[in-house]
Design a binder for this molecule. Sequence first.
Ligand SMILES: Nc1ncnc2c1ncn2[C@@H]1O[C@H](COP(=O)(O)OP(=O)(O)O)[C@@H](O)[C@H]1O
Ligand SMILES: [Mg+2]
Length: 263
Amino acid sequence: MKKCDDKTSTCDKEELRPIIIATNLFKQYHGSPTQALQGLNLSVKEGEFFGLLGPNGSGKTTTISILCGLISQTSGDVEIAGKHIPGHLNAIKPLIGLVPQDIALYPTLTFVENLRFLGQLYGLPSSLLRERIDQCIEIAGLKNFTKKAIKTFSGGMKRRANLAAGLLHQPRILFLDEPTVNVDPQSRNVIFEILQKLNEKGTTIIYSTHYLEEAQQLCHRVAIIEQGRSLCQDTPQNLINNTAGSRDLGDVFITLTGRHLRD
Ligand SMILES: Nc1ncnc2c1ncn2[C@@H]1O[C@H](COP(=O)(O)OP(=O)(O)O)[C@@H](O)[C@H]1O
Ligand SMILES: [Mg+2]
């Protein structure tokens, strides 16, 4: 794949205004004494494969949920494709796809029934929906399983099906929240290939993970998130080069926080 440290990189787009700008985001969940986000800043350029890297509880899901408009920030500004949310959420919705951490499919329905149902929710006309369903099944590599109930799928197959469901409306920006947790290595590689192909065709990808090897392998740039703040944002290689004694993003994280990413 093309990465920022590659001279031919697709993310050499300094001149473009970022497609996502989050400024000074705070989030306090109702009834919670603490802030899940504490002044988080983020900037993602169109066409980037961007990683949100942080340990459990650092605020990755909260950030993605705000950027997708599922929940509102307590304060701070979010601009997506030049529009502010939550105010202009309806204008943003068709642009974004979300592949959530938990499988968002009906277990008793077949794979194709799930896609048909979700496509109808998106309001896709039936002939276009049939075409998109075929494409998504192909992308997920699940052609032989379309008539099987989701509950019969392996963990990896469920993840691929979940991903396919997020692609039906061909979003310009795709958010994926820890898409490889509990996934076998073969399905993980299939997911990586799918995402890299989508990204090469122009889809902006925001990918949260606590697996730093994945972030290092896949992402043009990453933000390292800790306790609701982004500690830094750059290409993995720049972060490693600019942090004394670091050989990988794990070392960068230890230097910045004094603890391991998996603590
Ligand atoms: N619905 C909620 N109500 C109260 N606190 C929450 C809720 N969701 C998340 N949190 C808290 O917010 C912080 C960030 O959580 P989260 O965004 O899920 O982190 P991550 O996705 O990085 O694991 C954690 O301290 C978590 O306990
Ligand atoms: Mg999470």
